[in-house]
Write a protein that binds this ligand. Structure first.
Ligand SMILES: [Zn+2]
Ligand SMILES: [Zn+2]
Length: 285
């Protein structure tokens, strides 16, 4: 039996991806993805369009979102999956986070202005289009203006701690993010844990606290972490009775590590998150 291709983490241009939600679903169909979750940063505005297109292409669609949280002074990403997208408290909570993002963007533009770079807010806005302004949009503006040769150079020069365009930002708490997701009937997942580089002491602490707060799973396989870490995270997840999830974290051609749907299978000892969900379970019968 062919193993179904399931991708539970990707971005459209509602946040920092390149494709519209409908284009993203068409691209998923080209890549033979059978079940997909759209997980834009702090925004669920793309879910209706994506789910309608996915349905027409015979792809199982799961509602998703990726929420930024602050935990022990670090920024973590928590993916919410399979929730009711019409839940009011979730909608309001995400709006509050986006408002905070906008305020941060203004402070970033102020910092860049003091370093002699004018017009950064309008410049970043022109790249963000309809989505909330983020660091990536400032980076695109600065590269286009010739302040650095590429995106990674621009981050190092302007957008990391100690640099003029960097603003320390307090996101919502881990607890609040889980409350929003669970309150809408969804499952909370720790996104790409390998990216946080926490070490063998802090990871168990995070997993334990996450589980205690009502978290459901961990992205054991992610396009934005090294595949060699899958076994470590799969075992650790199992220790805390957490399910395993997987996603490409696709943002668009040229700005992603992995193609959409290019997610290797989960380690044998992991319990996939979709074993909880009837929509996807049927793919395995
Ligand atoms: Zn992320
Ligand atoms: Zn992501």
């Amino acid at each position: 039996m062919n193993i179904p291709i399931i991708d539970l983490h990707c971005h459209s241009n509602v946040s920092d991806g390149l494709l519209s939600p409908a284009e993203l679903m068409s691209h998923a169909a080209e890549n033979n993805v059978q079940a997909i979750a759209l997980t834009d940063h702090d925004d669920i505005a793309g879910l209706s369009e994506a789910s309608i297109t996915a349905k027409s292409l015979n792809i199982i669609f799961i509602n998703g979102v990726e929420i930024s949280v602050t935990w022990k002074k670090r920024t973590l990403h928590i993916v919410g999956l399979n929730f009711d997208k019409d839940n009011k408290l979730l909608f309001q909570g995400l709006k509050k986070i986006r408002d905070g993002r906008y305020k941060r963007a203004q402070l970033m533009a102020d910092g860049l202005g003091m370093a002699g770079i004018q017009g950064a807010m309008d410049g970043a806005k022109s790249y963000a289009k309809n989505s909330t302004i983020g660091r990536i949009h400032f980076a695109q503006f600065l590269v286009a203006q010739g302040y650095a040769k590429d995106i990674s150079a621009v981050f190092k020069k302007f957008l990391t701690p100690g640099k003029p365009g960097y603003v320390d930002h307090e996101w919502i708490s881990l607890e609040e993010s889980i409350r929003l997701i669970n309150g809408a009937g969804g499952d909370a997942i720790i996104a790409h844990p390998g990216r946080y580089d926490m070490g063998n002491k802090l990871y168990p602490k995070l997993f334990q606290e996450f589980k205690d707060l009502g978290g459901t799973g961990v992205e054991v396989m992610s396009g934005s972490q090294d595949p060699s870490q899958a076994n470590y995270f799969s075992k650790l997840a199992a220790n805390y009775n957490l399910f395993s999830s997987c996603g490409s974290d696709f943002h668009g051609k040229g700005i992603s590590h992995r193609a959409l749907g290019n997610v290797r299978s989960l380690p044998n000892d992991s319990i996939p998150i979709w074993t909880k969900w009837d929509q996807i379970k049927k793919l395995f019968h």
